[in-house]
Design a protein around this ligand. Structure first.
Ligand code: ACO
Length: 325
């Protein structure tokens, strides 16, 4: 059977940085509180005219370049996002136009912070079935658009960014060995952004609620730890491996304390876990894509390594993917 794996990675981050000290001037918070509770020191915030699709396109171009694939040969584009430019067209179609991938099918998926791994697993099925030869999977968020900047319990946590990968046949014996996707819809209310409901026949009806993130942090924390640990265990088992065989874990970067608790539960040493939350905060779907990009660039992940990718997000949705690099 053909090995399907990651042929190239890319990323894009807004230039504007927002530090904890900047936030101290905006809401009643402190650098000490944010660092102790989350591990975050700063995050990136896109400018008003810097759209999700711009970040997605920049990340896509870098991934294509690194894979040596020209845009006109791309057969499938999947964008994982919960903060698109518009309800429609999809970000995937906007990227398709921007890069000139005229042959490609393109669609978005909504799986919050697990979107990148949901996208990778979905694309892998198309490649494994022989429907397509390659796929561009992008995770892009302008989640700061969905933040109430007066709410200190959420505004300190999030940031914008994008990551991308090209999937295709690998020739070096590496590739995706196993994956696991799961959802627990019963916990959906723990984190949500409501759409604005309007009376269809009344053009004058007022928008009563703005579409901002509302979250029950402590409840999410507990479920995040259990779900991420369970996802890794199941995916590792499906890969025919043991936890000791994993060289590097790249987790979703929501909170450094969540990552520590997952490491403890799995009995995996924290120095095997890649963490960059201090620089970017929680970029939802884009977090793990950017973390994977940096882990590879910094030489933390090397050829032949077994890498466990694991995510958790609103929905609730969790996912894990085991890759031989
Ligand atoms: N600065 C200072 N104080 C704050 C802040 C802030 N930014 N935010 C809340 N507080 C206060 C609270 O009001 C509370 O005060 P009180 O004790 O007087 O009532 C106190 O700090 C403690 O608040 P808690 O909510 O209990 O703090 P906790 O230790 O649980 O940390 C946090 C909060 C960081 C949100 C944590 O619960 C967490 O990370 N949860 C998981 C959230 C998550 O992962 N979300 C995303 C998952 S899905 C996705 O990524 C799309």
């Amino acid at each position: 059977m053909t090995n399907i794996g990651i042929l190239g990675l890319g990323h894009a981050l807004p230039e504007r940085k927002l530090t904890n000290h900047d936030l101290e001037k905006m809401v009643e918070t402190s650098d000490e509180w944010i660092v102790t509770r989350t591990g975050i020191k700063e995050r990136r915030v896109a400018q008003k005219d810097e759209k999700n699709s711009h970040l997605a396109t920049a990340a896509a171009k870098e991934a294509l370049k690194s894979a040596g694939l020209s845009a006109d040969k791309v057969e499938l584009i999947i964008v994982a996002t919960i903060s698109p430019d518009s309800h429609f067209p999809s970000v995937a179609c906007l990227v398709q136009k921007a890069i000139g991938a005229k042959k490609a099918a393109a669609f978005d998926i909504s799986a919050a912070c697990s979107g990148f791994l949901y996208g990778v697993t979905t694309a892998k099925q198309f490649l494994a079935s022989g429907t397509y030869k390659n796929a561009l999977v992008i995770a892009a968020e302008k989640i700061t658009n969905l933040i109430d900047w007066n709410d200190r319990s959420t505004c300190v946590l999030f940031g914008d960014g994008a990551g991308a990968c090209v999937l295709g046949e690998t020739k070096n014996g590496g590739g995706i060995i196993a994956d696991y996707l799961h959802a627990q819809g019963q916990y959906g209310e723990l984190m949500e952004v409501k759409v604005t409901e309007r009376e269809p026949f009344d053009q004058e009806s007022k928008i009563t609620m703005l579409p901002y993130v509302v979250m029950q942090g402590q409840e999410l924390f507990k479920i995040a730890v259990n779900s991420m640990a369970e996802a890794v265990e199941i995916a590792v088992k499906r890969a025919g491996l043991k936890l000791e065989d994993i060289d590097c874990v790249v987790p979703h970067q929501a909170n450094d304390r969540i990552i520590s608790a997952v490491a403890k539960k799995l009995k995996v040493s924290k120095d095997k876990i890649f963490i960059n939350i201090q620089k970017y905060g929680n970029m939802s779907a884009a977090s793990i894509a950017v973390a994977l990009y940096e882990a590879e660039k910094e030489g933390v992940i090397k050829s032949g390594d077994h890498v466990a990718l694991v995510t958790f997000g609103a929905g609730l949705v969790s996912a894990a993917t085991i890759v031989k690099w």
